[in-house]
Write a protein that binds this ligand. Structure first.
Ligand code: ITT
Length: 199
């Protein structure tokens, strides 16, 4: 007998990063969805594309757990460094940190950068959907105080009065952030799917 797929108001988000969870929970809540964090490391996928990393890790994890899951791969892309650290953001944050990035940017006037997020939804047997969000901004000249999540203290998004992401609260950040944009796209798609299923 064909197993019935389960769609529900709870979204299983696979991530080792608690700061991501705080942000995602807020966004999905606006759509009446609750976020269940499965605090696992994403399956390691080697790729230069964040979309591909999110897609493959969601696909593999959904199969392994037998659950519909969501994963996200995100990164900071700095124009003057040809997009570095990009897909290697996690490693670079752990090794160089914000101080290391500011050092690489010493004497560089071109400060343009962007954060990108790719959110993937996978079912154990179904096709994978990917949603992308981008926010443009600049690399600050010094490390700001405030919330300490990754590169937030050195990233100044456009349209937020010159504040870094670290100086915005979660709600303010979600309004403009790569993750907020990508998860809103996912939530719009997912809630319309739920309406179809439960009509
Ligand atoms: P997962 O378990 O979800 O993969 P992760 O921390 O390894 O968590 P990513 O590979 O998606 O996440 O992100 C790479 C790094 O980029 C992350 O560890 C942060 O240092 C940084 N980063 C991503 N999104 C960020 C954001 O919104 N603000 C600040 N730094 C961010």
């Amino acid at each position: 007998m064909k197993e019935k797929r389960r769609y529900g108001k709870a979204v299983y988000f696979i991530s080792s990063n608690i700061n991501k969870f705080y942000e995602v929970r807020e966004v999905l809540n606006e759509f009446g969805l609750s976020t269940v964090l499965l605090r696992l490391r994403k399956v390691e996928v080697q790729s230069d594309s964040i979309e591909e990393v999110a897609r493959r890790s969601a696909e593999l994890t959904a199969k392994e757990l037998g659950l519909n899951v969501v994963t996200e791969d995100a990164g900071l892309f700095i124009k003057a460094l040809n997009g570095f650290p990009g897909p290697y953001s996690s490693y670079v944050y752990r090794t160089l940190g914000n101080q290391g990035i500011l050092k690489l940017m010493e004497g560089v006037d071109e400060r343009d950068a962007e954060f990108r997020s790719a959110v993937a939804f996978a079912e154990p047997e179904g096709e994978v959907k990917v949603f992308v969000g981008v926010v443009k901004g600049e690399i600050a000249r010094k490390i700001a105080s405030g919330r300490k999540f990754g590169f937030d203290p050195i990233f100044v998004p456009v349209g937020c009065g010159g504040k870094t992401f670290a100086e915005l609260d979660v709600r303010e950040k979600n309004k403009v952030s790569h993750r907020g944009i990508a998860f809103r796209k996912f939530a719009e798609w997912y809630t319309s799917l739920l309406k179809l299923k439960f009509k």
